[in-house]
Every structure is written in structure tokens, then in C-alpha cells.
Design a protein around this ligand. Structure first.
Ligand code: CU
Length: 312
């Protein structure tokens, strides 16, 4: 119903409908009684008001019926909540990393993607981690929503019941580009998923483990640029975002504040590497110290620098 696409979506919709129906029924019932009493006991009929004391049957009825109804709402909600917290044992565990302002997904094999690929009908456990501030992981079509809290690992799970692309949104106001913190779940048939997962296609954007010794690869750097969320704050076409553009950065003279003092540095390999590794040490003049510390390996930084070098 309502475009739900996971095993829990029908359950969540049912609780929602049940509570809505009860609420509407009571709204109608109470409104009807109110109008009826206003008319029935109106002043012109000359009724005389008098108190009723200790009507046991009446009191038991108006306590008992609402109690049973409220407990039924609680029970219904509670059993569904338990279902949402109990992950099937055979679920594939995928790590979800949230940062300002991008999502990335790490599979058990170490592969990383910026969109979530999953197999139809297979349970998936998502371990949620934030690198900076509070975010909210939300897939409306699956009716799952969980806070991603820095320093506190949270999780959620789902099992898709339909193939297709479904939106992932961030539900917590997390800064200027919060509304662009979007991604997709792509549900594909089991066989296609296996082919994708065990194959080594680079499309869709997959980050295979890089060989240990090899020259830095700008193409891999470009993928990291998207995957690690640099794209949210840095442009490659000269436009100013939250951070400075990378176009023409390499070899240029950059005015920075280092320990409160203004100096000029040449943007060589070393400076760029330092800027990525320890962002707050040298802050580019005219920008806020908003650059996050990223979870990058030495090799990743080398590839990113190679990518930046190519942006003339
Ligand atoms: Cu967010």
C-alpha cells in the first residue's frame, strides 16, 4: 500500500492506518456527542443540571474502553518496533557512513559506493556511522528511519520486496547543503547483484582496493572525490562552494591562516596533502574552518592530489 517496497512497509502503514482510524472515529464520536448535548440540554428546554456521584458502571466503562484501545495501539506499535530492531541472522552487513553532505556505503568485501546496491528479497543490515554531526538515514519507500549519531553506532535493517530505485534522504538539518544530502537504494535481482558484487566492473561507481605499489591514479582520485563527499564542498570548475574550488589550485599561491598568522604558501603536493590530512592547521583565507577530517588512507590522499593536479 502507498508505494511501500520493503517487508516492514506494510506493517508500518497498518499501524499508521489503525491509529488514524481510531483517532478519526473518536473525533466524530466526541463531536457528535457535543452537538447532541448542546441541542438536547439547551436552556430553552428548562432542564435543571444536577451532579451524579459514584456511578460505578459509567466510570468502569469510560476507563476500561479507552485503556483497552490505547493498549492495543501500544501493542501494535511495540511488536512492529521489535520487528524493526531484530535483524535476521543471514543479513548482509553494509556500513553506512554519513558526512556533511554525502552518504557512502562499504560492503563486507571492502568495496565502497555512493549509492546503495542491494539484492531483491535479501535482508540487509545497515551499520550507521557519522563522521561529523548528527544525520538521519531515511528511506521513505522502506519506512525505515534512524538517527546517525557521531560517537554512537546505530543500525537499521530492511528487506526489499520490489526492484527499482528508491530515495535516501537525510532527515536532520545538518548544514547549508543538508537538502542535497541525497542518495539512492538500487534494488536489483539476486543474480544481477551477485554479478555486480563479485564482478569487477567500475560502473556503477565502485572503489576496488587499490594495488599497494603503483603510481597515483587521478581517475581513482576523481571517484574518491565523489565517494568521500569532497564534491559537496569543492567544485572543479572554478565555482565557490563552502570550500575553495580545486580548479587551478595546484601551483597557485594560497593565502592561509596558520596558527592565527597570515602567510602565503605555494600549493604543491605537500601543501595539498597537509590540507587534507590536517585541515585546521592551515585555513584558506576567506573560508571558515569547516573542512572535516576524512577517513582516507595514504594511497587515497595520493590519488586525490593527482586528481587535483590535473584540474588546470
Ligand atoms: Cu545530514
Amino acid at each position: 500500500m502507498f508505494g511501500g517496497a520493503s517487508t516492514v512497509s506494510g506493517k508500518v502503514d497498518a499501524v499508521f492506518l489503525y491509529i488514524s482510524a481510531l483517532t478519526i472515529a473518536f473525533l466524530v464520536f466526541i463531536t457528535f456527542l457535543m452537538i447532541y448535548f448542546v441541542v438536547r440540554y439547551r436552556r430553552s428546554r428548562g432542564e435543571k443540571a444536577h451532579d451524579i456521584h459514584g456511578h460505578t458502571l459509567l466510570e468502569v466503562t469510560w476507563t476500561g474502553i479507552p485503556l483497552v484501545l490505547f493498549l492495543s495501539m501500544f501493542y501494535y506499535g511495540w511488536t512492529n518496533y521489535r520487528y524493526l530492531r531484530e535483524v535476521p541472522r543471514d543479513a548482509m552487513v553494509i556500513k553506512v557512513t554519513a558526512r556533511q553532505w554525502a552518504w557512502s556505503f562499504t560492503y563486507p568485501s571492502g568495496r565502497q559506493t555512493s549509492e546503495l546496491y542491494v539484492a531483491l528479497g535479501r535482508p540487509v543490515r545497515l551499520d550507521l556511522k557519522s563522521l561529523d554531526i548528527l544525520h538521519g538515514f531515511y528511506v521513505p519507500a522502506f519506512r525505515i528511519k534512524a538517527d546517525v549519531v557521531p560517537g554512537k553506532d546505530n543500525y537499521t535493517w530492511f528487506q526489499a520486496t520490489q526492484t527499482g530505485d528508491f530515495d535516501i534522504e537525510c532527515t536532520v538539518m545538518c548544514g547549508v547543503n543538508h537538502s542535497y544530502m541525497l542518495s539512492k537504494v538500487r534494488v536489483i535481482p539476486d543474480a544481477d547483484f551477485s554479478a555486480w558484487y563479485f564482478g569487477d566492473s567500475a560502473e556503477p561507481p565502485v572503489l576496488a582496493q587499490a594495488p599497494a605499489v603503483a603510481a597515483p591514479e587521478p581517475a581513482r582520485g576523481e571517484r574518491l572525490f565523489k565517494l568521500k563527499g569532497c564534491v559537496a564542498c569543492h567544485s572543479t570548475d572554478g565555482g565557490k562552494l563552502v570550500g575553495p574550488t580545486w580548479k587551478g589550485l595546484f601551483g597557485s599561491q594560497v593565502a592561509v591562516l596558520a596558527e592565527g598568522k597570515e602567510t602565503t604558501v605555494t600549493a604543491d603536493d605537500e601543501y595539498i596533502t597537509r590540507s587534507i590530512r590536517h585541515p585546521p592547521k592551515e585555513v584558506v583565507k576567506g573560508f571558515a574552518p569547516q573542512m572535516p577530517q576524512a577517513d582516507l588512507k595514504e594511497r587515497d590522499i595520493a590519488d586525490l592530489v593527482a586528481f587535483i593536479k590535473g584540474l588546470r
